[in-house]
Design a binder for this molecule. Structure first.
Ligand code: SF4
Length: 360
């Protein structure tokens, strides 16, 4: 038996080919694409433009599936909702919705777990399970948008996982999300955050898309960065920054550098001095993030404030980010797929994942 087509992952032109193979008229492809992406239909039965017979045939040939909302935690004071979403194979991921006046941003996951094991991150501690498909990423966005009942204005690929280790699916999801005949989000309302996967930073520069790039820096010397981010042993700072320069030369776009302040680890004067040298010649902005304890609790605001003042004195451009979602374990570095992952990945498997993903 041939596997059913994953209809939510079809780009408009692929949908047209699929529909032509069914012997249907081309306008049907546009109707279906619009229903799936502009109206966020989660089943073939919702495609009311098709007759019952056509829907029955489509069900034999294709599948549409959104994740299920398995839980949500609301923080009223922070205007944040953390969603626990269950994928079709029972794996759990998390997405965090943040409200800013009339706008909403959604921080989404692109992998189930993460192979990179950054020391300050709960996702890294749980190990890696698998990449998400493009349709799972779309479903993640649409199921939250439908629960919200209004449009999401910004999408941040900053949740569980390293988006550039799932490059193809992430790029496909961006093309689907920004297709004018679908959800129609502007490319500029999308941010992809990477821990510094150099080949894909260079590759992104050639894609001809206008999304925002954020790089998780978190330290300005190899010595410190390698202790908190194993990826730095593969792509040290000199290689990373040169890829950022190449990206900027190709796109002209400013890069955001994320810097989580870990007290007594990466907030010393040596790091500030090194940061000033590292970013020289780049169009950049630093986001200073207070450290969020992995199990929840008070973020390191005082240390982040002191670090920001030191950046000021060094003439560096930054914003001290307000920590959102920390009271519901939805802040940066706190996502851990709550329920499924209460049983953590064995240490040996984690080491093997790292070896596999971190080789050049
Ligand atoms: S910070 Fe990002 S790349 Fe590092 S372990 Fe966490 S999810 Fe993975």
């Amino acid at each position: 038996m041939t596997a059913k087509a994953d209809a939510l992952a079809f780009l408009p032109e692929e949908m047209r080919t699929f529909i032509a193979d069914l012997g249907w008229e081309p306008y049907r492809a546009d109707q279906i694409f619009k229903r799936l992406h502009a109206k966020m239909a989660s089943s073939i039965d919702e495609i009311s433009e098709l007759s019952l017979a056509m829907r029955a045939l489509l069900k034999q040939k294709a599948v549409i599936e959104h994740p299920v909302i398995a839980g949500r935690t609301v923080s009223r004071e922070e205007a944040t909702v953390k969603f626990l979403l269950r994928l079709a194979d029972g794996k759990n991921i998390e997405a965090v919705l943040m409200h800013y006046n009339k706008r909403s941003s959604l921080c989404i996951s692109s992998q189930v777990g993460c192979p990179l094991g950054c020391s300050f991150c709960a996702t890294g501690a749980m190990g890696f399970s698998r990449n998400m498909t493009a349709s799972e990423i779309m479903g993640e966005i649409y199921v939250v948008a439908k629960a919200l009942g209004r449009r999401i204005n910004n999408i941040l690929y900053m949740g569980m996982g390293e988006p550039f280790y799932n490059y193809e699916a992430v790029m496909r999801s961006i093309r689907l999300l920004t297709a004018p005949e679908g959800y129609g989000l502007s490319q500029r309302q999308i941010t992809v955050s990477t821990c510094g996967i150099v080949p894909e930073i260079k590759r992104l520069a050639t894609e001809g898309i206008q999304i925002r790039l954020a790089v998780s820096l978190h330290a300005a010397t190899d010595e410190v960065r390698s202790t908190i981010m194993p990826v730095n042993r593969v792509y040290p700072l000199s290689v990373l920054i040169s890829a950022c320069k190449e990206y900027q030369a190709g796109t002209g776009r400013r890069i955001t550098f994320e810097y989580t302040v870990i007290p007594s680890v990466n907030d010393g004067p040596d790091q500030i001095r090194a940061l000033a040298v590292l970013l020289r010649g780049l169009k950049y902005h630093i986001n200073v993030i207070p450290l969020n304890p992995a199990g929840g609790g008070r973020p390191g605001l005082r240390e982040a404030l002191l670090f920001s003042k030191a950046l000021d004195s060094a003439g560096l451009i930054y914003t001290l980010r307000q920590s959102r979602g920390t009271t519901v374990g939805g802040g940066c570095g706190q996502l851990a797929g709550d329920k499924t992952f209460s049983a953590r990945q064995p240490e040996q498997d984690r080491k093997e994942d790292k070896k596999r993903w971190l080789k050049k």
